[in-house]
Ligand binder design. Structure first.
Ligand code: SF4
Length: 105
């Protein structure tokens, strides 16, 4: 019997994330991914901030499943968290030229 190999690299990571993504019916971000996406290399930083602030307001003020979404994000390791705006948070993004916060034990 042939066994299908497990996907590796980013394909495997994406598959693992999607497999663990909860169903959030009524999510206010549905159909608005352009607001929630992470910053692209050619997007001006202030444009990213305005766009992501609008996304964060959607999460915090209008999304009926924000508590469930936040619990899911909090259950992930930092390396597993999606980039961009999720549950009103922007994990792991810092303005260009600003050093990332040091992690201490
Ligand atoms: S909290 Fe934000 S990211 Fe999470 S489902 Fe709602 S709108 Fe989408």
């Amino acid at each position: 019997m042939n066994r299908r190999p497990e996907p590796e690299g980013w394909v495997g990571l994406v598959a693992a994330i999607v497999a663990g993504t909860p169903s959030l019916p009524g999510a206010a971000c549905a159909g608005q991914s352009e607001l929630f996406d992470p910053r692209s290399d050619n997007e001006p930083w202030d444009a990213t901030q305005r766009r992501q602030e609008a996304a964060r307001r959607i999460c915090e003020w209008t999304c009926p499943v924000q508590p469930e979404c936040r619990r899911w994000v909090d259950s992930l390791k930092s390396a597993e968290r999606p980039r961009g705006v999720i549950a009103g948070l922007v994990p792991g993004e810092a303005p260009p030229g600003r050093p990332k916060k040091a992690i201490t034990a």
